[in-house]
Structures are given as structure tokens and as C-alpha cells.
Ligand binder design. Sequence first.
Ligand code: KG4
Ligand code: ZN
Length: 340
Amino acid sequence: MQNPEVFILAIESSCDDTAAAVLKNDKVLSNVVANQLIHNQYGGVVPELASRAHQQNIVPVVDAALKKANIQKEQLSAIAFTQGPGLMGSLLVGSSFAKSLALALNIPLLAINHMQAHVLAHFIDEEGFEKPSFPFLALTISGGHTQIIKVEDYFTMTIIGETTDDAVGEAFDKSAKILGLPYPGGPLIDKYAQLGNPKAFPFTKPKVAGLDFSFSGLKTAILYFIQKKTSENPNFVTENLNDICASIQHTIIEILMNKIKLSVKETGIKQIAIGGGVSANSGIRTTLKETEKKYGWKTYIPKFEYTTDNAAMIGIVGYQKYLSQTFENSNVVSKARIQF
Ligand code: KG4
Ligand code: ZN
């Protein structure tokens, strides 16, 4: 028997992107994201401004997702929304909207864990992208997250390593800020790094036991290094920007790779799937691909639009939960912090 057609409307509003997507089973029909540029002038996300912008964006974003998918509200099978983790004010906008619409349409409500969604984004059916098989290790790296997750099944996941302070995206962005680059500086460090010498300025890597990460020490080391160098030569940063960026990026990649190597050793799992905005980094991509030949690993990098915060990833988890009939009633609460 053929699978019935399931249409899921998914809503993501955990941080500073208001996103909606429509999926037909595991295929994405539309994936709309409204970025909130307002935060750029503050050098980071301002929670109060984020929830206000979500309120303004949510109706037009959902409307655009339905129109783009060419789907009427009445055709929807269920509504999935991000329950957490995230900023409470932001989460509440998405959850209230999802609850009201599910109630009005009399269809099931699906509460989704944002971190599970980053992992399961790899299961969106997309031409040219292979899905990992279980078990695999997921490395989720973004402005808000840095986790290594052992994934044994769709809903059997264990965090085996995570940051004890800054996320890796913050390490990129805060380093960029020290160099006087605009927010978010990660993509700029990547751009300049491609022209520089990664060994020009060695930075000490933090010593963190086990599979956990720490990035705040690196940021401080970079700050002191730049302060010292600019006191000797005020033009140090501009004269050495490419080499500084290449060295910072190289250090961050080494920190990540050392922990992945250790996770592979400890778990015996050689399939690595990465996700989150930092997975756009060209150095990380190249280094990870090299491990396929070097160590016999298999690596997975999803389509970029499914790797930064988006609603299609919420929809694919929604689809799995729909199949297992894991529905919620409208009393379900948003959670700023949740584990799996
Ligand atoms: O997943 P994302 O869009 O949002 C969340 O933080 O949840 O990730 C954004 C982060 C920012 O810190 C940004 O600087 C970083 O991803 N990023 C990069 C690159 N592209 C985005 N970091 C390094 N290299 C890049 N090419
Ligand atoms: Zn995220």
C-alpha cells in the first residue's frame, strides 16, 4: 500500500528567524525564512526585538509558505512548531500561532525539539543529497549550539559532547568583532581565511576533558594577542587580516576535528553528519570531506537552506511524529531549555 499524503505546516521561531515551511511527506514544498536584520546594529540578537519582529513576520511568512507550496489551509494534515530550546518570547509567538491555527482547522499539533530538528534535517528528501543511516554522529554547530550527538534512531539521540561556554558560531563572531568586522563575522572570517596562512599565528587550544568544548578562552587569547600586536603596530590587523583569519579558523577547525576524532574512537561510529550555520564554513567542509579518504569516514552536509535555522527541518520531525501519532494538545508549553 502506498503511504497516504501527509501535508505538514511547520513553524520555527526559536531565535531571530521567523520561518514557515510546507512538507508533503518528507519532501519540502516551500521553505520561507524572514531574517531579522534589526539585530545586526546591536552585534547580537536582542530578545525583546526578536519577539516583536516574529509577531510582525509570522502571518506573512506562513501565508507565503502556503502560497509557494500551492496548498490550501484545509489540505493540511497537522501543524508542527518549535517547542524549544530557544528564547522564550520568540518561542511563544510561534507556539501561540500554531496552537490557534491547529484549533481553528481542527487538526493535530506537533511539538518539535529544535536540536532534534537540526539533526533530522538530513532526512529531508532532496535530490543529490544522501540520507545517513543509523547510527551516526551529528555535529551541530551554529551561533547558538555546539553539540556532538549520537543518533541511534529518529528519536533516540544522546548528546555526548557540548560546549561549556560559547557556541562555535559565537567564537567566530566574537573573534570577528575583535578584528573590527561587522556582525555576523563568521562568513567574513571564512572569506579572508581563504587568502591567508593558517599557520601564521598559532593560538593555544583549550584543554577540555572528554568530548566537551570550550571557546571562551580562545576568544580571550585572540583579544590579548590583537591588543599586544596593535600596541606595537596600529595597522597590525589591516596588514595581516587574511593570516589572522586563517589562523583563527584553523584553530577552531582543529578544536572541532579533535573532538570528532575522539567521538569516533569512543563510539566506533564513522558516519558524521554536520548541521547549523557554521557548517557553511569552507574550511570545515574541506577538512571534513578529506576525512572520507584519510580515515574511511562517511560525511553528510545537508543543503544549506536546511542547515541554518529553518522550518523545513521542523517539518521533517513533524512528519516522523505524525507517522508515530505523537500529538500534543493545546496545553503544551514552550520550553527555553529542553534536552531530547
Ligand atoms: O544556524 P545559524 O544561521 O543560526 C543560529 O545561530 O542558530 O548560524 C549562524 C552562525 C553565526 O555565528 C555565523 O557567523 C555562522 O553561523 N556562520 C559561519 C559561516 N556562515 C555562517 N561561521 C563560519 N564560517 C561561515 N562560512
Ligand atoms: Zn538552530
